[in-house]
Ligand binder design. Structure first.
Ligand SMILES: [Zn+2]
Ligand SMILES: [Zn+2]
Length: 231
């Protein structure tokens, strides 16, 4: 009797972990009818879970089927909102009973063009996620790639060669050219004495190159040094 009880507990544990009756039967060598008897109450819990999942998908579907427009003949669609807040439709073909899911933007563009879009064609938003037809346009993966290369092709300011940058922020073709560009680009600073702007290649120079400003700062530094020595 004790052995039977242990078997029962083991079977219940395996079943609650997701094992099927068949798999438990093969593993433990217990009759399937016994397993079914032992795990009956667990099955109810499992079923309840799937029911909950179904209601969740139902609430995501916005109510009412809408007759699909050309070229989606014999189709109806259900609008719903996916987790990423994109408006999608579930198309149901009334003849073949086939279901298909697509973005609302893609559906609207197909209706506007009066034909199905090819696999390569992509519908994009001009701005934001507004599915208004005026906010949509068609492009292709190849076109997007080409546009990106065009956007990243630029002239290196140091060696004047044109190159394709790896990232939008890259200005020069190589680290060597970058180092040279930094050297060649002077800092524009404001003089601490006359407050006029001047260019310098040193990041420590804070006084312009005029004789008057230089002599003033030289005197000040001399006095500072003296104060340092004599308190
Ligand atoms: Zn270069
Ligand atoms: Zn100055």
């Amino acid at each position: 009797m004790k052995a039977k009880l242990a078997e029962r507990e083991e079977a219940r544990r395996l079943y609650s972990e997701g094992m099927s009756y068949n798999a438990i039967h093969e593993k433990m060598g217990v009759a399937k009818s016994s397993i079914s008897n032992w795990c009956r109450d667990l099955r109810v819990v499992k079923k309840k879970k799937t029911d909950a999942a179904k209601t969740l998908t139902k609430t995501l579907l916005l109510p009412g089927a809408i007759e699909a427009e050309f070229p989606f003949v014999n189709c109806r669609y259900y609008l719903y909102r996916s987790a990423d807040n994109c408006q999608r439709i579930q198309l149901v073909n009334l003849v073949t009973k086939k279901r298909d899911v697509m973005a609302l933007a893609r559906y609207l563009m197909s209706v506007k063009l009066g034909r199905f879009l090819t696999k390569d064609e992509i519908v994009k938003h001009r701005s934001g996620y507004d599915d208004n037809i005026d906010n949509l346009y068609v492009t292709t993966r190849a076109q997007i790639k080409q546009d990106r290369i065009k956007f990243l092709t630029r002239e290196c300011p140091t060696c004047k060669k044109t190159f394709v940058a790896q990232r939008p922020g890259t200005k020069t073709c190589s680290p060597k050219c970058r180092a040279q560009m930094i050297l060649q680009t002077p800092y524009v600073r404001e003089c601490v004495i006359c407050e006029e702007t001047f260019e310098t290649k040193s990041n420590r120079q804070d006084v312009c190159n005029s004789d008057s400003c230089r002599s003033i700062i030289a005197n000040e530094r001399y006095r500072e040094r003296r104060r340092g020595y004599y308190g």
